[in-house]
Ligand binder design. Structure first.
Ligand code: PA5
Length: 463
């Protein structure tokens, strides 16, 4: 597994003093990075959060692989019902290993389709149901809390749709991924006799891709989950090292934190130059946003911190976003995600037409062009004083993707420590959820229904 982090375009020597930080400044901050590392290590040992342990939970992998073996061949579609951290990991893995949907080819029992119902748009849900055959669909309902309104409502619809076609067999076509022994989904799954996979209590949604939340769908669509975890285990080992040359998650965290807080870059653009990594960029967007967007720090002081993550795609977004990135407000830091070896080179035929734009490219390759375009964009940004850095994956396979996702989880945890915030809670999304529950008539949420009514009254008073 080879992943590299190149921070040179974040340095004052390259990007300019106004927008880059000096090596000396980074070296002076090394003790803080080390302190962050130790704090993460201590909390991980104390069981405050469990993501660093996930690659080593071999028993979980065994039971998932066994289940995948039992059901293999009986479906051509896996329908995941989940949202946020309970959906984005599966999407990132599918997109990363098998490619974005439009180019995945025909779906069969050997190459099943992954349909993710992560929204309650009724026309989307209806179209999804019409596109699947209930006799050949395996349903996976995923919710850590076991009560998320979107997931529960979609599941009730899908369950009914399945039951109408499968009758008593329905229970063997549904698996639930939820907190073991807790919550309404667990109760229902037990009562109905679904296969249940537990989510460890100490792993939050956005850190859960290497729990059954990501691993069950991945195994069911044919991704090698052992290799995923092997890569993540190797990255975990590196992420505990004090040496910044080895520990790229800590180095990336340190440089990102310095550029963000000292050069005022409240926005980070994740810029993969690989369609396979585009799903991972959306997964990262949630990880970074929910973990680091916080009202108070650990001392209880109001900080309202956070760095807004944007998911872009190279080269495509060079033609839609880069104008803004280069000439607009200098409030962003860019992280290019490069891939060294593609599965195919995309050889461009050598035929010449005596037309300069065509002849220049004849005989070359798309692999070369995408690499050149990324380096050219990074150079242009640097010349305009737009700080940027690059993470390079040797290739996009299970080992590298597992390692890369684990690297980003560590990096997020380290930045959380450097900011002195709790990166593992998400109080900010709770109030909207409570209002929804109150408005949908859920027992115990009456006060939020009333609070919402007061808010509406305030709005109505405005002419
Ligand atoms: O990261 C998180 O905790 C959230 O994004 C959750 O994953 C999301 O709200 C879904 O929660 P649940 O799995 O309980 O349905």
């Amino acid at each position: 597994m080879i992943i590299q982090f190149d921070e040179k375009n974040l340095l004052a020597e390259v990007a300019g003093k106004a927008n880059g930080i000096s090596r000396a400044e980074a070296e002076r901050s090394y003790p803080r990075a080390l302190k962050a590392l130790k704090a993460v290590q201590k909390q991980s040992e104390q069981g405050v959060f469990g993501f660093p342990h996930l690659p080593f939970r071999t028993q979980v992998v065994k039971s998932i692989a066994q289940y995948a073996g039992e059901v293999r061949g009986s479906y051509d579609t896996v329908c995941v019902i989940g949202i946020g951290g309970s959906a984005l990991g599966a999407w990132a893995l599918d997109c990363g290993i098998r490619g974005p949907h439009p180019v995945q080819g025909a779906f069969t029992a050997e190459h099943p389709r992954l349909v993710i119902l992560d929204n309650v748009d009724p026309s989307f849900t209806d179209a999804a149901l019409r596109s699947m055959d209930p006799h050949k669909t395996l349903v996976l309902v995923i919710a850590k809390s076991g009560g998320t309104a979107e997931t529960v409502s979609s599941f009730l619809i899908v369950r009914d749709w399945l039951e109408q076609a499968m009758g008593a067999e329905t229970k063997s076509r549904v698996a639930a991924v939820t907190t073991d022994g807790k919550g309404d989904l667990f109760e229902l799954a037990r009562a109905e006799g679904y296969r249940i996979f537990g989510i460890p209590e100490d792993v939050g949604g956005r850190f859960s891709v290497l729990t059954p939340v990501g691993l069950v769908p991945a195994a069911l669509i044919g991704i090698d989950i052992r290799k995923l975890l092997r890569g993540a285990a190797a990255m975990t080992h590196l992420s505990w090292q004090p040496d910044l040359n080895e520990n790229i998650a800590l180095r990336a965290a340190l440089y990102h934190w310095l550029v963000w807080t000292r050069k005022n870059k409240p926005i980070q653009v994740a810029f993969p130059y690989s369609n396979h990594l585009s799903g991972t960029a959306f997964w990262f967007r949630q990880l970074w946003a929910e973990s680091l967007g916080k009202a108070i720090n650990r001392k209880g002081e109001k900080v309202n911190t956070g760095q807004t993550p944007i998911a872009a795609l190279g080269t495509t977004d060079q033609h839609s976003q880069v104008q803004l990135y280069i000439e607009g407000p200098n409030d962003k830091v860019f992280t290019f995600w490069a891939v060294k070896k593609f599965d195919s080179q995309g050889k461009i035929p050598s035929r010449k037409f005596n037309l300069p734009a065509f002849d220049a490219l004849a005989g070359q390759s798309l692999a070369k062009l995408i690499d050149v375009e990324r380096r050219a964009t990074a150079a242009a940004m640097t010349e305009y004083g737009r700080p940027n850095c690059t993470v390079t994956l040797d290739r996009v396979d299970e080992e590298h993707l597992g390692a890369f996702m684990q690297m980003m989880e560590f990096q997020t945890a380290f930045v959380g420590e450097l900011l002195d915030i709790n990166a593992f809670n998400q109080e900010g999304v709770e109030l909207g959820k409570k209002f929804t529950n109150g408005l949908m008539g859920r027992k115990g949420f009456e006060q939020y229904r009333d609070q919402f009514a007061a808010y509406e009254k305030k709005r109505d008073a405005v002419k």
